[in-house]
Structure formats: C-alpha cells, structure tokens
Design a protein around this ligand. Structure first.
Ligand SMILES: Nc1ncnc2c1ncn2[C@@H]1O[C@H](COP(=O)(O)OP(=O)(O)OP(=O)(O)O)[C@@H](O)[C@H]1O
Ligand SMILES: [Mg+2]
Length: 193
C-alpha cells in the first residue's frame, strides 16, 4: 500500500475563484519525491494539506490518504508524530527562545519519557554537530541554521513521512549539499525501499 496517495485533489482559498492547486500523487515508503514549479503554483499549499493540522481554511475536493486512510480521520497526535513538516519560512516554526528548548519542544508535547528524550537528543545533536549551538538563542541563529534546527526537531519524533518545503532556500550551496546528504543518509538508515 502507498504511504501517501493523493487523489484528484483540488483546493481553493476562501474568496478565491481559481483553485490554488489541482493534482494527484502517490508516494511509497523509501521514495524521495521532488515537487517543482513556479512561485504560486501551489507547492506549499499541497504540503500543508498533507499534514492535516496545517491545512489552511478553504474548499478542498478529492482525498489525501495516508496509509490508505484519509488524513482528517487520524488522531492529531498520530499525524504530529508520523508526518514531519519543515516549513518554507523557518521563523514560522521556531517557538522557543533557546536552541535546546526548541529541539525538545515537539518531544515534550508528545509526552516522551525524559530518559528517552535525553538519549535521542544526544544522538541527534551529535549527528548534526549542533553541540556549539545548544545554549544559543534561536533569535541569534541565521535562517539557514534555523532551517537545520527545524529539521532536527522534526526528526527527533522519528517521522515516517518527511515534508520539506524549499528546505535549502536559506542555505549556501555547501550547506545545501550537506542537507541533502543528511536526508539521503537518514533515508538509507530508516527508509525501506
Ligand atoms: N492564505 C492564502 N490566501 C489566499 N491565497 C493564498 C494563500 N496562500 C497562498 N495563496 C495563493 O495560493 C496559490 C498557491 O500558493 P503557494 O504558497 O502554495 O505556492 P508555492 O508554489 O508554494 O509558491 P512559492 O514557490 O512562492 O513558495 C498562490 O496563487 C497564492 O497566492
Ligand atoms: Mg511555497
């Protein structure tokens, strides 16, 4: 069964006569899918509709199925953990004052056990090389660093589906290459082809 199955999806924002998007897509476990298109073609809108909690107000037709079930029929907690979303604008995602607080915020909301959180954060901080940032204020970080922090916070929940909205738009070419090699490594380690 497909991990994600989008069927005849159409969505219009309130007071807009023209749909913001109209499409279909199927994703299987272990796959990388790249959505491209000009500004305003609906890439962000589509991603927001996949993670149901981030869906904007408007008229939606068609279906977004995750593991064969409509996303609106899942418990919010399940989608929060299983579908990780890194927003296009990193400032819209950062909520805490310090980097370490930001990293653990999602895990705390899930109610994970403290010992488990410590181990998982330690592993990921080491993997990303975030040690020098941990005590820093999130407001002092560059947009590219914020994007990496958002990615790490999302990965701490061990999502099954990762939605990345223009994840390298704030990164220089070297950091962008590192970003994709991290994603590729994670996919090889945990994605089942
Ligand atoms: N909150 C909103 N209210 C009304 N229209 C919106 C809203 N957000 C986006 N739109 C419109 O919906 C369409 C799709 O926008 P969306 O942000 O999904 O595109 P995008 O492909 O992500 O663009 P970009 O590459 O610039 O990020 C555009 O025409 C946009 O103006
Ligand atoms: Mg966008």
């Amino acid at each position: 069964m497909a991990l994600l199955d989008i069927r005849d999806l159409s969505f219009s924002y309130p007071d807009e006569s023209k749909p913001a998007l109209n499409n279909f897509l199927t994703a299987r476990e272990g796959e990388f899918i790249l959505l491209t298109g000009p500004s305003g073609c609906g890439k962000s809108t589509l991603l927001k509709l996949i993670k149901h909690q981030t869906a904007p107000a408007g008229r939606m037709r068609g279906q977004v199925l995750y593991h064969g079930k409509r996303v609106e029929d899942y418990l919010p907690l399940t989608l929060s953990q299983e579908i990780g979303f890194v927003f296009q604008n990193p400032d819209n995602q950062i909520v805490m004052d310090h980097v370490l607080q930001e990293l653990v915020f999602g895990m705390e909301n899930m109610g994970y056990e403290p010992g488990f959180m410590k181990r998982r954060v330690a592993e990921l901080v080491h993997f990303f090389g975030f040690e020098p940032w941990l005590e820093k204020k999130t407001s002092e970080m560059s947009n590219g660093q914020k994007q990496m922090i958002n990615l790490a916070s999302v990965l701490l929940l061990n999502p099954k589906l990762l939605l990345l909205d223009e994840p390298t738009s704030q990164l220089d070419p070297v950091a962008a290459k590192q970003f994709f090699s991290i994603i590729e490594q994670l996919n090889q380690d945990s994605g089942s082809p």
